[in-house]
Design a protein around this ligand. Sequence first.
Ligand SMILES: Nc1ncnc2c1ncn2[C@@H]1O[C@H](COP(=O)(O)OP(=O)(O)OP(=O)(O)O)[C@@H](O)[C@H]1O
Length: 250
Amino acid sequence: MQTESQNSTEPLLKTSGLTRRFGGLIAVNDVDFEIRPREILGLIGPNGAGKSTTFNLISGFYKPSSGSLKILGSDCTGRSSMVISRMGLVRTFQHGSLMPSMTVHENILLGTLHGIRGHAARRKRAEETAEMLGLTSYLAESAGTLPHGIQRLVSIGIAFAARPRLLCLDEPLTGLNQTEVTDTLSMLERIRDDFGCSVLLVEHNMKAVMQVCDRIVVLHHGEVLATGTPTEIRSDQNVINAYLGHRHGN
Ligand SMILES: Nc1ncnc2c1ncn2[C@@H]1O[C@H](COP(=O)(O)OP(=O)(O)OP(=O)(O)O)[C@@H](O)[C@H]1O
């Protein structure tokens, strides 16, 4: 999905005044942020801060109450998830995105259905994706029978098989052991460095976020509390008071 015409300085995604109300509750309020080419951006904040709502807004699963969303300079406000995925933004879901009764190969093939013509080319893409994620030996197995950490990787494989410009991952590290976390973070770096893909990471594992992200946006009560590098965020007194100080101590 990468195009030659993409201007490397133009944000991949930019929100302006993004707002979403649920009845009287403002879940996301006047949120401005951008995701740049070839970066891993962390979206963090306490429970109820508005991370999932923001994620659903930018991926077209929710329509904003007000504000705008641009992808590569094109106004995508209120567009469907299908249109947004065709523009190069592909997401995973918090509780996994796979079909348990299908094999790993069949699952990853699902991610190739849009944008790749011909069964042979799709199979090749699925196999390349599996190899990159270390899933080759699981290709023939039913996805639902595999350990949790492998299922998480298969979900990422389905999304990455489309070779998106922006891969949006909703809590991909939940339930992984330390080795699996380390492997997944290395894989995200490869996705960024070898494929030029940006990654939006919604994640509660602060150690991992601080380790892998190029920049971080902190949400609190639906608003952007801070934006910066991991070093800047770690030492931001507002962030420490609202989030890091309580949950993570260091
Ligand atoms: N569909 C909905 N209807 C009504 N209120 C909602 C809906 N979705 C989210 N909310 C509310 O919006 C606020 C933000 O929720 P959201 O799930 O976006 O936060 P979050 O940062 O993702 O939290 P968590 O870390 O617990 O997943 C919360 O007060 C939540 O109860």
